[in-house]
Structures are given as structure tokens and as C-alpha cells.
Ligand binder design. Sequence first.
Ligand SMILES: *[C@@H]1O[C@H](CO)[C@@H](O)[C@H](O)[C@H]1NC(C)=O
Ligand SMILES: *[C@@H]1O[C@H](CO)[C@@H](O)[C@H](O)[C@H]1NC(C)=O
Ligand SMILES: *[C@@H]1O[C@H](CO)[C@@H](O)[C@H](O)[C@H]1NC(C)=O
Ligand SMILES: *[C@@H]1O[C@H](CO)[C@@H](O)[C@H](O)[C@H]1NC(C)=O
Ligand SMILES: *[C@@H]1O[C@H](CO)[C@@H](O)[C@H](O)[C@H]1NC(C)=O
Length: 512
Amino acid sequence: MVGLRLIFSAILLLLAFQEATSHGDNPLSRIAIHKSTFALTDLASIKASPSVLGLTEQNSGWVTLEYSNPIPSVDDWIGVFSPANFSASTCPSENPRVYPPLLCSAPIKYQYANYSSPKYKDSGNGSLKLQLINQRSDFSFALFAGGFLNPKLVAVSNTVAFSNPNAPVYPRLAQGRTWNEMAITWTSGYGINEAEPFIEWAPEGGKRQGRGKKWKTLEIHLKEWYSYKLGHKLFNGTCIWSQQYQFRASPYPGQNSVQRVVIFGGMGKGEVDGSSEYNDFQPGSLNTTKQLIRELNNIDIVFHIGDICYANGYLSQWDQFTAQIEPIASTVPYMIASGNHERDWPGTGSFYGNMDSGENVVFWLRLCSMYLQRTGPSSAQGSLSGIFSFHRYSTDYGMFRFCVADTEHDWREGTEQYKFIENCLASVDRQKQPWLIFLAHRVLGYSSCITYAIEGSFEEPMGRESLQKLWQKYKVDIAMYGHVHNYERTCPIYQINIDDFLHIHLLISPHC
Ligand SMILES: *[C@@H]1O[C@H](CO)[C@@H](O)[C@H](O)[C@H]1NC(C)=O
Ligand SMILES: *[C@@H]1O[C@H](CO)[C@@H](O)[C@H](O)[C@H]1NC(C)=O
Ligand SMILES: *[C@@H]1O[C@H](CO)[C@@H](O)[C@H](O)[C@H]1NC(C)=O
Ligand SMILES: *[C@@H]1O[C@H](CO)[C@@H](O)[C@H](O)[C@H]1NC(C)=O
Ligand SMILES: *[C@@H]1O[C@H](CO)[C@@H](O)[C@H](O)[C@H]1NC(C)=O
């Protein structure tokens, strides 16, 4: 008995280590940028071309860097900075133990100087291609010696900018309050006091049909394809336009047609040019995104149920993420749920007091309108109470009713969220919507993942104890969760006996 137990816990430890490293950073993501010093020399250089991107309205573009360092080293690296003038003189010293010169702005991404120039360490010459996305500011590139622990700034490039850095970009569609509303959120560099945001849309092939304000939802009609553009009307009358995008109207509740739904959690983002970011968690997300784009003609709606981008406090990574999913989120409703990496932070009212979000509150300011228009104040401009309120919602899509819970706020009996879940499950008309789906980020049902196995709970503690009577009473068809980066499925299950459950511990996956 004892021997068996030992073996079991040894396996658990190994798996736990694997989980930790799968979340691990690559070496460059540990750059001690705050320790950077100046070692600028005329003998070193770095040059970026072209210097203007987006001349034909693209939201991204490639630059080529050519660089040269008289004293090259194998761990020289190149950082991408935005805004281009990353002079520390504008930053107050955060820490009296760090001596000037300071470089207080972190690079948005970086790459080793030898990445596509293996001879760099001998010749001192190299070149590199990087992709930039339009993110409201200009860029510069800096060549550093000294590796990532003692970065020494050797050369800074010319500035590169998009022709209109403020242009509206990266629309995100979401189901509105009713089936025939579509909500669109986007990013732009125009403040509300500089220009009036609006959407212009038309049935595909038709004439211009309407305009609506930002946050306003579009009224749409059955089965039609719509084309739309985002706009900002400057106060002198000039309109700034986005690219043109298309979406198709959602099916009405009960509509008997083919409805294809994709559901996943914990995707994150990656850099297509191979460069690294701080917290470089999920390079595999590029493959997932690519596959979704390839299959977009066969997808009607997407649910990304928490752990969306893993920006963990690095704001620019939300731009990176919204750019990465643009072809998907601009075409089909991209519904999100709240995960630990969006919400958890001590003292802010999250159910868990950990630091998984990296103080990622900015996330809510930028992406949460898809929740707020359902659950929060009508002005989605980001009141704090809205940001910290619950982010659960229900949405109807043809033959489906989705009840999307927020596991980062309390769901137990007696809470507001419990009432919400019961109401969502109880109010569906099963004649029209035979499919009743429960979605949440953490595993409130059953998981044999290592974390839960160690706890002995095989679920997020207090999950199914609180909710299974609701699932049973209202006959939920499927419940889906993210969080544990694993694929598992169970047979129909109710009030499982934990002793029985332990017998299937071999199901613990090495990818857990
Ligand atoms: C490039 O630099 C990295 C970091 O120093 C090193 O690990 C790698 O082996 C180098 N690659 C080549 C081709 O020299
Ligand atoms: C960069 O910013 C600093 C501080 O605001 C300013 O003194 C400097 O002139 C700027 N440099 C350029 C090239 O704009
Ligand atoms: C490196 O580039 C400089 C100019 O950028 C050139 O003068 C020099 O010959 C190059 N060195 C090698 C070894 O290619
Ligand atoms: C309005 O302002 C923008 C930005 O300053 C400018 O580019 C545009 O030419 C102006 N349009 C008119 C009609 O004056
Ligand atoms: C992405 O897909 C490619 C090709 O199938 C594969 O070689 C690569 O390992 C995948 N990347 C990740 C991070 O899974």
C-alpha cells in the first residue's frame, strides 16, 4: 500500500513540474530592463525600414532591421519599443536603489541579434524581420549588449510609424442583449473628446443602411450578411475609417438550422515573427488561431472561456492579442468569460486573492463592454463598480442557451451569482432551445487534473457541491471549463462518490 502511494505521489510531482514549465518564460522574458545602462557608440548602428507602415490601411506590417556592433556577443539582443522615444527622463525613479540612467519602459517584444544571422557573433552584422501591429504609437528598435541581466544600450534606430497610428482597428463582435443585436468593440487612438466614434453598416451588397454610436448595438435581420466599418468623426467634419469587415446575423432562438459553436479556454497569444514578450506563455496559441481562421467558414460563434491573453499586466499584449484574433472576432461573435488571469488580484473583491491577473485591470476597461452591456452600468466607459462587478451572462444562439458563469466571483448558494445561474437555467424554453450549456473558466464540475487531484477535490473546491442540483433539476446538457490546459471528458455524472473517482486516477494526463 505504502509503496503504491509513493509511486503515485512521485508521478504527481513530476506532472506538477511539467505544468510549471509549460507556463514558463523563455530566457529573454527575464530581461532586467530596469538595470539597463547606456553604452551608445557611433560605431554601432541599427536601421529599420520601411519607416512608414499601413499606407494601404493594413493594421500590421513587417520591418527589416539591419544592425552592426563592433564588439558583438552571442547574447546581444534587440528590443522593440513603443512609443519610439523611450527615454527614461520622463519616468520618475521608482526605486531609490536603482541608479540612473533609467530605462523605465519595457520593450514590447525582443529577439536575439543572432536569430536570423548565425554569423552575427563573429561579423557583428545582422538583420532581422519583425512584424509590427498598429497600436496607437510609433516604434523604435534598440540593440543591447550585456545579455538580459546587464543590458547595455548600444544603438537606437530611426522611428517607424503607421500612417495613421490612431486608426480604428481590431473590432470584436459580441452577441447583444437579444438575438438581433450585435455589439462591436474596437480600439483606436481617438479620445471621446477629439472625435465621435460610430459604426456604419449595410446588408451585404446593399446601400449604406445605418450608423450607430460606439457601444450601441446594431439591429440585424435574419440570415443576412452585413458589411461594416468603424469610423471616427473629427470635429472638423473629417471621417477616419477602418477597413471593411463582414459578419452574418445570428440565428433567432429556436431557429432550426446548422449552428456550429467553438468553445475553448486559456489560449493566450504569440508572436508570428518568433520574438518574445514578457510572460511568453502560449506560443501554441498561434496554431490554434491559424486553425480557427482556416475553418472560419464552418464556425458561427466562438466562446473563449477565460485566460484570454495572459498579458498579466503588460498592456501592449492586449493589442497583440486583439490583432491576432482579428480575423475571427471581426467575423463571428467572440464571447469571453472571466478567468483568473483576467481578474484575480488581492483586495479587489475577486473570489481568489492571488496575483494571477498581474493587476490586469486595464483589460476590463478595454474588452469588457461585451459583459457590461449585459450585466453592468449602461455607460460602459469603465466605472470602477462596473469593472469589478460580476461578469456572468446568458446568451441565446439558435437552438442553444448558454449560461456563462464567472468563477472569479462567488457562485455558492445564497450569492447573487447562484441566483443568476438558476434564473438562466430555469428561464429557457426547451422546446425552442433543446441545448442548455453551462460554461465557466475554472472546473466547477469534474477534473482529474493534477492540481485538483492533489487537493483531493477533483474539481474547483465547492464547485459541483454548490451547483450540481441546479444542473440536475434543469437538465443541463453539457458543462465546459478551461483552466487546467488539458482535454478531459466524462460520462453523464451526478453526485459522484469520491472514493470511486480515485480509481480512475490513471486518467491524469501528462499534459495536465
Ligand atoms: C544565438 O544566441 C543565443 C543566446 O545567446 C544562443 O543560445 C544561440 O545558440 C545563438 N545561436 C547561434 C546560431 O549562434
Ligand atoms: C524624448 O523625450 C524627452 C523627454 O520628454 C525629450 O527631452 C526628448 O527631446 C525626446 N526626444 C525626441 C527625439 O523626441
Ligand atoms: C558590417 O557592416 C558594415 C556596414 O554596415 C560594413 O562596413 C562591414 O564590412 C560589415 N562587416 C562584415 C564582416 O560583413
Ligand atoms: C481635420 O483635422 C484633421 C486632423 O487634424 C486633418 O488631417 C484634416 O485635414 C482636417 N480636415 C479639414 C476638412 O480641415
Ligand atoms: C504548431 O504547429 C506546427 C506545425 O504543425 C508544429 O511544428 C509546432 O510544434 C506547433 N507549435 C506549438 C507551440 O505547438
